[in-house]
Design a protein. Sequence first.
Length: 93
Amino acid sequence: MPPIKKRGPIRNIAEQFSKEKKQCRFCSTNTQWIDYKDTAFLRTLVSMRAKVFPRQRTGTCAKHQRMVAEAVKRARYMAIMPTTIDKNSRFPL
């Protein structure tokens, strides 16, 4: 039987679970608005199931997350991006 490994004491719990907050990429580049026609960029903010990634995943601020959601909705309405994905979809993600 292999020897049982004992866990060492946890020294600083705050350091163990703390992560740096992601900086909003739109605030750092001073972006005023998000173009709905730039589908290559919008696809980076949308999952494989055509859902918009949440703020925690992308690291965007609330103001720019609303702009992203609006741009994705506009692109879907104009049929530039798909609203749903199926096997015969002609919109590759």
